[in-house]
Design a protein around this ligand. Structure first.
Ligand code: PMV
Length: 348
């Protein structure tokens, strides 16, 4: 079909890994399987407008805007993405694209926008594809979008659906794949419904280590093979945890995963410490609060200093009070984001 122009808008959430993806092979294939909670409030909305080019040059033509401001520094990453997906979306050089994007969280908050941003863009591009060629059915659409999003940023393939998503082949999880994220297929206990995530913004600076460099640090890392095995084992254990609603084992696995991610960075060459003093203050406060009250609150970390505070919905009141009284003081300018498990991307 020949289409002169059009536009699509998708919103896509961020996600937070419980078992972390850290280390990849060629073509964005993860070294180990990972699982994440899809978030709800932290999301990117992207409008992709497209116009058919008059003369078919051999270049990609596009501009990127963030909150209405032109962002040429985003272009190389998108150019790389286009190159990787061109074989799957052959129309890329035939159109000029205007990519207008905005995030619900501040750009320089230290919250990675690559997962929500790349998944929103992949969805928009696939909407163009389905307008040009024949209709694609819903299930295949989401699978292909996840496949494409992975080629933009690995963890982006876990941002399309909710509420728990697995990416990477795991022997005990039916349908799991290295190529795309799939909704966790087994029973999840009521304890995990509407799980809460308050993101404490400890350091809003630019990331010290890009995730590309970070993943590469796992090549030849002395502990890499053991780490990849451990991720498989932790994901196996989580199957029963989710089924039984075993919050104590959940806490143990999730916190250990966060610390292991950072341990991998501390023990690579070159080495990095991405936690800040306030990250450690918060972790210690969470541990003593748990000891004192029996609460099931726990933390996880991304590749940075910010802390995700995870807790069951029925503890919201007491944990929010704890956060306000004891943890907000460690956040930069007192900033934090209240979020919870969400259900995936939406066509607007
Ligand atoms: O998707 P990337 O390449 O930015 O890697 C993300 C890696 C972590 O966020 C640290 C862990 C994860 O599984 O999301």
């Amino acid at each position: 079909k020949s289409v002169e122009n059009g536009s699509f808008t998708w919103s896509s959430p961020s996600n937070i890994a419980l078992v972390k993806y850290w280390g990849k092979k060629e073509h964005q294939i993860p070294e180990n399987p990972s699982i994440s909670f899809t978030l709800d409030n932290c999301k990117t909305t992207t409008t992709l407008s497209f116009v058919k080019k008059k003369n078919e040059d051999k270049e990609y033509s596009f501009d990127v805007y963030l909150d209405g401001e032109k962002k040429d520094d985003f272009k190389p990453k998108i150019e790389t993405f286009f190159k990787r997906i061109e074989g799957y979306l052959p129309f890329l050089k035939e159109y000029y694209f205007k990519i207008e994007t905005s995030n619900t969280f501040p750009h320089s908050s230290g919250i990675a926008s690559s997962a929500s941003g790349m998944s929103a863009l992949a969805l928009c591009l696939l909407s163009v594809e389905s307008e040009l060629s024949s209709e694609i059915d819903d299930v295949f659409f989401i699978q292909k979008a996840s496949f494409l999003a992975r080629l933009g940023s690995g963890s982006a393939c876990r941002s399309l659906v909710g509420d728990l998503v697995v990416w990477g082949k795991h022997e005990a999880i039916d349908g799991s794949s290295d190529l795309l994220g799939v909704k966790y297929p087994y029973e999840v206990h009521q304890n995990f419904k509407n799980y809460q995530d308050t993101i404490l913004l400890v350091d809003k600076g630019e990331k010290q280590v890009s995730s590309t460099i970070g993943h590469n640090l796992m090549n030849g890392h002395p502990f890499a093979q053991e780490r990849f095995k451990q991720a498989h084992k932790n994901l196996s254990s989580l199957i029963n945890v989710f089924k039984e609603g075993d919050l104590d084992t959940f806490i143990e696995i999730v916190e250990s995963e966060a610390l292991t991610l950072h341990a991998m960075m501390m023990t690579s060459i070159p080495y990095f410490i991405l936690m800040k003093p306030n990250t450690l203050e918060i972790i210690n406060k969470i541990w003593s609060f748990r000891e004192k009250t029996g609460s099931k609150v726990c933390f996880t970390l991304d590749a940075g200093a910010n802390v995700h505070v995870l807790y069951p919905e029925n503890e919201s009141e007491q944990v929010c009070e704890f956060i306000n009284n004891e943890l907000v003081a460690y956040c930069q300018n007192g900033h934090y984001i209240s979020d919870r498990i969400g259900f995936g991307a939406k066509l607007l």
